[in-house]
Write a protein that binds this ligand. Structure first.
Ligand code: FMN
Length: 207
């Protein structure tokens, strides 16, 4: 069975094979909240579940458990080990799922700090795609996704999925941090599907 599958995969040459954890694209799921508990972490956890259900491997960059120093220099020789490892994981990715809370009408400082480490000229040389997830208290502040997070990644040459996800506090149950809303879960599934589809299309167009 495994052999048959490998043959099929070889024949198809998919960019992201959807069985047997053989995706050739590096996928990174970023949680831009440092709070614990965190609604964004719950959302990104569900993104991870959806990827797993498609047998896609991914890595997490959870900025809540990484002590990333505030950006000071583009000279990587000046970076500590944590910065080097985190930024390498971030730069090696082809597909991003990026999550941030809305903090004072903007993205979190933690996420902005990671992005500030982007060597933007070389970053633009590789084709990448992204899907966006945000959480806020005020439904109207979903505009922050399109006015702040999307333009940053578009500027960096990343193709961002049209479907983005925005969740507000009533979408969560338990103590207020367990994702319960079926609509938000559906939206995450759509967003993941669209992002993976974009990546596959991009790869096909390259051939
Ligand atoms: C410092 C701070 C600023 C916030 N500013 C906003 C805001 O401008 N608009 C909004 O809709 N929610 C705002 N919120 C609410 C958070 O976005 C919301 O609770 C979100 O779900 C938090 O995600 P987290 O639990 O992952 O940190 C703010 C929360 C904090 C702690």
């Amino acid at each position: 069975m495994a052999e048959k599958y490998e043959e099929e995969v070889k024949g198809m040459k998919p960019y992201v094979a959807i069985m047997g954890s053989t995706n050739s694209a590096n996928i990174v799921v970023i949680c831009g909240s440092r709070r614990e508990p965190s609604r964004v972490r719950a959302l990104m956890g569900y993104v991870g579940e959806v990827l797993e259900s498609k047998n896609l491997e991914y890595e997490n960059i959870d900025l809540g458990s990484i002590e990333l120093p505030v950006f000071r220099s583009q000279d990587q020789n000046e970076w500590d080990e944590v910065t080097r490892e985190t930024v390498k994981k971030y730069l090696d990715a082809d597909i991003y799922f990026i999550g941030s809370p809305v903090y004072f009408l903007g993205i979190s400082g933690a996420l902005k700090n990671l992005i500030d480490h982007t060597p933007w000229q070389e970053f633009k040389e590789k084709k990448r795609v992204a899907g966006i997830v945000m959480s806020g208290r005020n439904r109207q502040h979903n505009l922050i996704s399109d006015s702040q997070l999307r333009p940053i990644f578009v500027y960096l040459g990343v193709e961002v999925a049209n479907t983005s996800v925005f969740a507000i506090e009533p979408d969560f149950g338990g103590e207020g941090f367990d994702l319960e809303s079926p609509e938000v879960k559906n939206r995450i599934e759509e967003m993941v599907q669209e992002t993976i589809g974009l990546s596959e299309r991009m790869e096909r167009n390259d051939k």
